[in-house]
Design a protein around this ligand. Structure first.
Ligand code: SAH
Ligand code: SF4
Length: 430
């Protein structure tokens, strides 16, 4: 979501005459888009800001002015902290107000010396005020839903991104058409809780994510469709049917479970237990036997015992995820879990994370190795580190490196996999 938001801010700034700087020392405007999900991400902002301030001072010695701005969820949660710890920051915008960036820049040219802050949850939808989006390459994100009403007890999202909001169907379809017209082949529909999408169609009727996926799958030029991130309890039968019926829908789904223990899922306030989660996986698998899964995991949630953790490992052994993101529980101020008793020691969290990641990597490696010798359609997205090498993605989101001519960038071509590691594949273009 932050990559999407950053791109939309960049397009907005281009319309105001800004162009991307080669590096920070050349930048007249430095804008950090920030994440508050875990403490580490939030703390990084302050060290990045410190470095930006040094560059600002060096530039000032040469008579160059630098505007420093911060956007995103850290602003929503820590606006006063930013103004206090980094008073040289010129402006700070929350994730729901970045459409006001041009106004902010105009204000700054008049009022330097204070940190201007906008952390509104505005009544207007920011999407109505953003300039038209355009594709950056063959793959594009498209935000269809924002915010969350789930209130998992560890999570800041409902506080930083606010209540759920779904963009109207027509608006999403129009943005998808623009992305396709400007060169995209793959669209990834985004939302913090994307499968609770309930945007209105032109007659004012609320429509679900399955309806939206069908509408977008019909568009000329669309080759690949994905959606991220889904909440397991909101996977309905219509959505499951999409995995059977929609050719463009890729056979890879990110369906975070967080923990395999019912006791912990309950304490997390997740609206699903282990059995319900596995039933959803089974139904999806029945609809499309090529479908494979990834997940997010949290280890060391307050009260998690060795036995609870074992349940997470056994769930991984059941689902055999082909990729996953796993994190140590991070105590976020203001969330219910932060003040729960039985916080788990850092050392134990680290041990559990190591064990879990080893198991996850084993499955990931096995899946990648099983791809050797097979042919996949790969969408090449960027140049690799080595000369003549391109990097693309398979339908399963694996990174694939191949020697190939640059003219196949942003195209989908058939590739035979020749080698595999935990994190990537190599192949030859057929
Ligand atoms: N809406 C999505 C995920 C949003 S946040 C969902 O419900 O699945 C992305 C991931 O960050 C979460 O899935 C969770 O695994 C992780 N996360 C969120 N808060 C966290 C915290 N306090 N500590 C550690 N990980 C956290
Ligand atoms: Fe956070 Fe996802 Fe839970 Fe919403 S559903 S509170 S975004 S983890």
């Amino acid at each position: 979501m932050n990559v999407y938001d950053s791109h939309r801010m960049a397009v907005m700034l281009e319309n105001f005459g800004y162009t991307p700087a080669k590096n920070q020392t050349e930048a007249d405007l430095v804008l950090f888009n920030t994440c508050h999900i875990r403490e580490k991400a939030a703390e990084k902002v302050f060290s990045d800001l410190g470095r930006a301030y040094l560059i600002k001072q060096e530039r000032a010695e040469k008579g160059l002015d630098t505007i420093i701005g911060v956007a995103g969820c850290v602003v929503q949660a820590e606006d006063e902290e930013i103004a206090k710890r980094a008073p040289y920051v010129d402006f700070a915008l929350g994730p729901l107000t970045y459409h006001r960036l041009p106004e902010m820049l105009a204000k700054i040219s008049r009022e330097r010396g204070t940190t201007l802050i906008d952390t509104d949850f505005p009544a207007e939808a920011k999407f109505d005020f953003l300039p038209e989006n355009r594709a950056e390459g063959g793959c594009s994100f498209l935000a269809v839903q924002e915010g969350c009403n789930n209130f998992c007890t560890y999570c800041v999202v409902p506080y930083t991104r606010g209540a759920e909001y779904s963009r109207p169907v027509a608006e999403v379809v129009a943005e998808a058409k623009r992305l396709l017209a400007t060169g995209t082949l793959e669209i990834n529909l985004l939302g913090q809780n994307v499968n609770s999408y309930h945007g209105e169609d032109e007659s004012g009727k609320e429509r679900n994510l399955a309806y939206l996926l069908q509408k977008i799958a019909e568009l000329d030029g669309l080759k690949r469709l994905r959606y991220t991130t889904s909440y397991p309890a909101d996977v309905d039968d219509d959505l499951i049917a999409c995995h059977r019926d929609l050719q463009a829908l890729m056979p890879y789904l990110h369906l975070p479970v967080q923990s395999g223990s019912d006791k912990i899922l309950k304490a997390m306030n997740r609206r699903h237990d282990r059995r319900q989660y596995l039933e959803v996986i089974e139904k999806l698998q029945k609809a499309n036997d090529k479908l494979r899964f990834s997940s997010d995991f949290i280890v060391g949630f307050p009260g998690e015992t060795d036995a609870d953790f074992e349940q997470t490992l056994s769930l991984v052994n059941e689902v055999k995820y082909i990729q996953a993101f796993s994190f140590k529980y991070s105590r976020r101020p203001g969330t219910p879990a932060a003040v729960m008793p039985a916080q788990v020691e850092e050392k134990v969290k680290k041990e559990r994370l190591d064990i879990l990641q080893k198991l996850l990597f084993d499955y990931q490696t096995k899946f990648n190795e099983a791809c050797i010798g097979k042919a996949f359609e790969v969408l090449f997205e960027q140049k690799g580190r080595h000369n003549g090498q391109l990097i693309g993605r398979t339908p399963y989101m694996q990174n694939l490196h191949a020697k190939a001519d640059e003219n196949i960038l942003n195209k989908i071509v058939e590739v035979r996999v020749t080698d595999a590691t935990t994190n990537s594949l190599s192949g030859e273009v057929l």
